[in-house]
Design a protein around this ligand. Structure first.
Ligand SMILES: Cc1cc2nc3c(=O)[nH]c(=O)nc-3n(C[C@H](O)[C@H](O)[C@H](O)COP(=O)(O)O)c2cc1C
Length: 356
């Protein structure tokens, strides 16, 4: 019945609006305390099989909300009632910035996908930190995803945000950001940033890297993953997304996400699993929309699975459905835990997210 409310009533109304306006309305409903509390804890799936641990941090389930939905930490208390194991807020930038002009996000409805060129709009570090100071992090875990233009800015954001959240995620910039020249996707600068952050690390540290567009970038990214391990990075995300020309967007192109991305997501998880060999967690991201997707991603080597587009397409009951389906699949196929399922498709069962 609750799935019907979103899919049959709210979604058709929201989808008549342009995607960014619909997103803002959704955010406002969440921030205004739409009566999510009426669900009590019914959106959570309390199955012990779903529990996960990464670098000493426990998660009630492996399904997280990807950065980009709550860019400015405005809706965390509501998001914490929807059954997520964790939510990633951000990308948080050191200073307020407007991002690219609109239109900067479109739906490809028949493919259950989105294309965006937001270009990292942000309320900035101070505003986001002020909101995070009021948030409790004990039910659904809260991760902060941050971007910056210089090593000093990365350090300042890291030191400000780390005490306020359960774990940090460093992002190496946005595919559609005109101010960014991709410095932190170069090995040298990436290493300088990690060198500065590593001694300050007190909580699990994730790194989100852009997917590669050619063989040179492919090798570079995998090299950066290996390098990060030396600096104590606990987990990686490389989404299965890519850039595409789209004349209806303000900058003429955007980044694809949603169902279209899932095949590539699986391939990337497999590659990351080969490089990391159980020494770091992997967050699968791109097109995850069902328990079967989550099962496949974890069997390929992921520890956590993250989504954004499926939340837009399916509404607030999507996490419960994914967790229910995932737990049922694990039970039917004899996997007692996410740790046991992890990497099983590759013939490996690795320790979960702990460096060996
Ligand atoms: C509208 C929109 C805004 C996004 N903003 C960010 C962002 O600020 N930082 C970031 O790291 N990723 C951002 N992303 C990328 C998502 O975190 C994720 O990598 C991508 O949507 C793939 O996941 P999905 O297929 O489940 O949507 C954004 C994606 C969308 C659709």
């Amino acid at each position: 019945m609750t799935i019907d409310l979103y899919r049959s009533v709210l979604r058709p109304l929201l989808f008549r609006l342009d995607a960014e306006t619909a997103h803002h309305l959704g955010e406002r409903a969440l921030a205004a305390g739409f009566p999510w509390g009426l669900y009590g804890d019914r959106l959570f799936v309390p199955d012990p099989r779903l529990r996960v641990e990464v670098a000493g941090l426990s998660f009630a389930n492996p399904v997280g909300l990807a950065p980009g939905f709550d860019k400015n930490a405005r809706t965390i208390p509501a998001l914490q009632q929807l059954g997520f194991g964790y939510v990633v807020v951000g990308g948080i930038l050191p200073h307020p910035r407007p991002g690219n002009p609109r239109p900067r996000v479109l739906r490809y409805v028949e493919k259950e996908s989105l294309i965006n060129c937001y270009g990292l709009p942000s309320d900035g570090l101070e505003a986001c930190a002020a909101r995070l100071r009021r948030v409790r992090t004990d039910t659904t875990r809260v991760l902060a995803n941050m971007d910056a233009f210089t090593v000093d800015e990365y350090v300042r954001s890291f030191e400000t945000l780390q005490p306020l959240v359960d774990a940090m995620e460093v992002h190496t910039m946005c595919p559609n950001n005109r101010d960014d020249r991709g410095e932190f996707l170069r090995r040298g600068q990436f290493e300088q940033m990690l060198q500065a952050i590593a001694p300050r690390k007190r909580k699990p540290l994730f790194v989100k890297l852009l997917p590669w567009e050619n063989e040179t970038e492919h090798q570079e990214r995998l090299g950066m993953v290996e390098l990060g391990l030396h600096y104590g990075v606990d987990g990686y995300t490389i989404p299965g997304t890519w850039n595409l020309p789209e004349p209806r967007l303000s900058i003429g192109r955007g980044h694809i996400s949603g169902r279209m991305a899932f095949p590539r997501t699986l391939e990337i998880v497999r590659e990351l699993a080969e490089v990391t060999r159980g020494r770091a967690a992997i967050k699968a991201l791109g097109g995850i929309a069902s328990g079967e997707d989550a099962f496949q991603a974890i069997a390929a080597g992921a520890t956590l699975v993250e989504l954004l587009s499926a939340f837009v397409y399916e509404g607030w009951t999507v996490v419960r459905r994914i967790n229910q389906e995932l737990a049922a699949l694990m039970a039917a196929r004899g996997f007692p835990s996410v740790a046991a399922l992890r990497g099983s498709a590759a013939g490996r069962q690795t320790a979960d997210g702990r460096r060996q």
